[in-house]
Design a protein around this ligand. Sequence first.
Ligand SMILES: [Mn+2]
Length: 294
Amino acid sequence: MYTEYLDLDTRAGQKVKVWPVPYEATASFAKGARAGPQAILQASYEIETWDEKLGADLADLAHFQSIPFFSAPVSGPEDCYRKMLDYLRGHCDPSSDFLLTLGGEHSVALAPIAFYREAFPDLAVLQVDAHADLRDSFQNSPYSHACVMARVRELGIPVVQLGVRSLCREESEVISRDAGPDQFVSFAWDVKAPEATAAQVRAFLGARPLYITFDADGLDPSIMPGTGTPEPGGLGYGWLADFWPHVFGDARLVGLDFCELAPQPAAGVVSESVAVKCINKILLSAFLARGVED
Ligand SMILES: [Mn+2]
């Protein structure tokens, strides 16, 4: 049983509270996301924190402290959302605590987003995902993983969606209707060069506080086979590695989740290693952009 992220013996920089949430109830295709947090924690022990390309070490800018694995109720995703939010309100401070939430299915992203929204009324969310997750309801549940961004939009939160390439007619109509100051979608086939896309996103975000929700299936399944609903034509690691260092201009990252990793032993440890690399690159890029005040 692994409980810590990266297992650093230093205590530098930003404290990141790591919250494993092994919740899986509404997965609609392949299962396994409940094993995601444990796989990510285990893989994190094997990944270098020095980033040669950025010339910086995550261990100099952040340290990690796990909070207990969330024990999810069996009474469905809405109840899970409410209990997650209750836990956060009782144990964390959204104005000062940086949370790294490890899913679990993508529905677990809603509670930390709603939690940060309480402290930051101008919060924006950037979602990396193959799916728009904008259905009003799915399989009779408005709190399904397929609806998480519809609930986020209902909170009045502007969203950036990156890598979307699988959606239903209803979601397509929502995107067409809402495109503008509150919704920016970069479909996988429209993604420009990393710096150009980052400039678009920076312009959209302005100086808003930013939360990132990362669904593993936003990545191409060739590098992320371990996910429940893989979609071809996804984002590559190299593209994202060049994107993150340019996206945090005035936007300050307040929290992050990584969801929908469903480890596949037949694929070795590729998926969980890629997940950790993605998390570390985001954190390093965001904390470097803040400068030294932390
Ligand atoms: Mn997805």
